[in-house]
Design a binder for this molecule. Structure first.
Ligand code: PLP
Length: 391
C-alpha cells in the first residue's frame, strides 16, 4: 500500500514523466558527453536542453546555471567561491536557522578563523532586519540566507536584503532548495548573486543540484578538475539526473501557480482541522509568509517521535523537525532559535505536502491524528504534569 506521504520537505517522489525522461540515459544512451563521437557527444546537447529548462524556471540565462550533485554542494560552492574570490574579506553572515548545509559550513569557517555572524530570528521565525543591517560591513565577503525554511516553511525577505547588499556591493547567496518549484522565483527581478536548488525536493531524483551564478559574479570552482560545466564544476556529468532535473523544472514551471493553490488548500484544511480537533496545538512560524506546502504544528505535552511512530503504524509519513535532525532526538535548532517552549518543541510535527497528495489522504490524517494525540496524552508524563499543575 502506498504511504500517505506528508514529508515532501525531506524528499519527493520522482515524477513519472521525469523517470521516463531519464531512463534511456541509464540504459542504451550511456555515452560520455565530452566524447568526440556522436554516441557520447549527442548527450552534451541533451544536457544543454536540461540547463535551459532549469534556467527558465528561475528566469535565468542557461549559462548562469551550474549543475552540481546536490543542494549541499551548491550551498558550499557558493559560499566558498565568494570567500576565495575576495580573500581580503574575512566575514561571513548567515542565520541561526539555516539547513546544516550552510549552518555547519559557517561553523567550519569560524573554526578556520573567519568572523561569522549567525543572525537571530523572532518567535515567528522572521529574520531580524536590524541585526542584519548592523552585521554587514566592508569586511563581509558574502551573506547566505535561505529563501524559505525547511522546518517551518517561513519565507525570508530576500528581495529587501538583496537590495541592501547590492548597494553595499556585498555578494548575496540564497539557499532556495525548499522554495524552488513551490513558489515563483525570478532572478531577473531578485537581487541575488547566487541561488541553490536541489533535484530531490522538486520531483527529480536525489543526487542532482543546481547553483545559479549571476553573469559577472566572481566565481571560484569548489570541485577542480576537468572542463565540465565550463570549468566551474569538474567531474563527468550525472547525465540521467541532469536530464531529469531539466524535466522536473519544466513540469514545476508549467503547473506552478495551479499546484501552489492546490497544495495550499490541502495544507490549510489539514492545519485548520488539527488545530480545531487537538487541544494545546499551535502552528510554529509566520503563517503570513510561508511556503504553501508546509505546516509545523506543536502538540504540547506529547513526544513528536511517539506521534511519528503511531502515524507510521497507519502508513502516514511526516517528520519531527528536519529529516537531518530526527533520529538524534536533538531538539530542532530552528524552533529553539525561535524560542518555542520546550514542551512544544518536543511535540512538533512537520507536515509537508506535494502535488501528489489528495483530499482523501488529508481526511484520513484528520481522522486518525487527533485520536493518536488523545491516546498519547493519557500516557504522557508531560500531560500528567499539566493535569496536576495548580492554576
Ligand atoms: N538546504 C535546505 C533548505 C534543505 O532543506 C536541504 C535538504 O533538506 C538542503 C539544503 C540540502 O539539500 P541536499 O539534500 O540536496 O543536499
Amino acid at each position: 500500500m502506498n504511504p500517505i506521504y506528508l514529508d515532501n520537505n525531506a524528499t519527493t517522489a520522482v515524477a513519472p514523466e521525469v523517470r521516463e525522461e531519464m531512463l534511456p540515459y541509464l540504459g542504451e544512451l550511456y555515452g560520455n558527453p565530452s566524447s568526440m563521437h556522436t554516441f557520447g557527444g549527442q548527450l552534451y546537447r541533451k544536457i544543454e536542453e536540461a540547463r535551459a529548462k532549469v534556467a527558465k524556471l528561475i528566469g535565468a540565462e542557461p549559462e548562469e546555471v551550474i549543475f552540481t550533485s546536490c543542494g549541499t554542494e551548491s550551498d558550499n560552492t557558493a559560499i566558498m567561491s565568494a570567500i576565495e574570490s575576495y580573500p581580503h574579506k574575512r566575514h561571513f553572515v548567515t542565520t541561526r536557522v539555516e539547513h546544516p548545509a550552510v549552518l555547519n559550513f559557517g561553523k567550519h569557517l569560524a573554526r578556520k578563523g573567519y568572523r561569522v555572524t549567525f543572525l537571530p530570528v523572532d518567535t515567528l521565525g522572521r529574520l531580524d532586519m536590524d541585526a542584519f543591517i548592523k552585521a554587514i560591513d566592508d569586511d563581509t565577503a558574502v551573506v547566505s540566507v535561505m529563501y524559505a525554511n525547511n522546518e517551518t516553511g517561513v519565507i525570508f525577505p530576500i528581495r529587501e536584503m538583496g537590495e541592501i547588499l547590492k548597494e553595499r556591493n556585498i555578494l548575496f547567496h540564497t539557499d532556495a532548495v525548499q522554495a524552488g518549484g513551490k513558489i515563483p522565483i525570478n532572478v531577473k527581478e531578485l537581487p541575488v548573486d547566487m541561488l541553490s536548488l536541489s533535484g530531490h525536493k522538486l520531483h527529480a531524483p536525489k543526487g542532482v543540484g543546481v547553483l545559479y551564478v549571476r553573469k559577472g559574479t566572481r566565481f571560484y570552482p569548489y570541485i577542480i578538475g576537468g572542463h565540465q560545466e565550463r570549468g566551474r564544476r569538474a567531474g563527468t556529468e550525472n547525465v540521467a539526473s541532469l536530464i531529469a532535473m531539466g524535466k522536473a523544472c519544466e513540469l514545476a514551471g508549467k503547473n506552478l501557480l495551479r499546484e501552489e493553490e492546490y497544495v495550499r488548500k490541502l495544507r490549510d484544511k489539514l492545519e485548520t482541522a488539527l488545530l480545531q480537533c487537538c487541544q494545546d496545538a499551535r502552528v510554529n512560524g509566520d503563517t503570513e509568509h510561508r511556503l504553501p506546502n508546509t505546516t509545523n504544528i506543536s502538540f504540547e505535552y506529547v513526544e513528536g517521535e511517539a506521534i511519528l511512530l503511531r502515524l507510521d503504524e497507519y502508513n502516514i509519513c511526516a517528520s519531527s523537525g528536519s529529516a537531518c535532525t530526527s533520529g538524534s532526538l536533538e531538539p530542532s535548532h530552528v524552533l529553539r532559535t525561535m524560542g518555542v517552549p520546550f514542551t512544544a518543541i518536543h511535540g512538533s510535527i512537520r507536515f509537508s505536502l506535494s502535488r501528489y497528495n489528495n483530499e482523501a489522504e488529508i481526511d484520513r490524517v484528520i481522522e486518525i491524528l487527533p485520536l493518536i494525540i488523545k491516546e498519547l496524552r493519557t500516557i504522557s508524563p508531560f500531560a500528567r504534569q499539566k493535569i496536576v499543575r495548580p492554576k
